[in-house]
Write a protein that binds this ligand. Structure first.
Ligand SMILES: [Zn+2]
Length: 177
């Protein structure tokens, strides 16, 4: 495994143990060239998935890319790495077990939104704002406002909009920004 810091190829495994849910093996590695430490995960890959993008272009499913976008949405949020790992694994397993060789990027986006909604409201809004292509900060603020209102009225849920109902419809891309 190449060292992510210096590019050295001679990294050594210091420690190997299963992740909390035993779906992966976690290895702590150290690079003798630069002293850098990093972690790798070894996981079962059930099948090769192809992602069909909106443009129609097809690319291999990339779990790391999925993980990066989930982590970006959760940046600085109080969510443990292990929970993020479980969320990404859950989404990946669901996608792999549809029985289809191809999955649309839209289906992946929906699955991520679904997962984040249960995990962290702010991350959910962040992801939705990128995924739904909100052009203006106002859309984002509006959505946050709806979520806050929904949380405040949690005692009387029938009065408050559910977070998913609070999502504004996608706006035309021609609006001036
Ligand atoms: Zn190194």
């Amino acid at each position: 495994m190449r060292c992510p810091y210096c590019g050295g190829l001679d990294t050594q495994v210091k420690d190997s143990r299963p992740s909390d849910d035993s779906s992966a093996i976690r290895r702590r590695r150290i690079c003798p060239d630069c002293g850098g430490r990093f972690t790798t995960f070894e996981r079962v890959q059930l099948r090769e998935l192809i992602v069909v993008k909106r443009s129609g272009r097809k690319v291999p499913f990339d779990r790391d890319k999925l993980q990066r976008s989930v982590e970006t949405a959760l940046r600085k949020r109080p969510v443990e790495a292990e929970r993020i790992e479980r969320l990404v694994s859950g989404i990946t397993r669901r996608l792999e077990s549809t029985g289809e060789a191809e999955v649309t990027s839209e289906a992946i986006g929906e699955a991520v939104m679904e997962g984040l909604k249960g995990l962290d409201d702010v991350a959910y809004v962040r992801f939705a704002s990128v995924y739904k292509n909100f052009r203006e900060a106002r859309d984002f603020e509006e959505l946050l406002g709806h979520l806050a209102a929904g949380a405040a009225q949690a005692a009387t849920p029938e009065d408050g909009p559910a977070p998913d109902e609070a999502l504004p419809a996608r706006r035309p891309r021609t609006r001036a920004s």
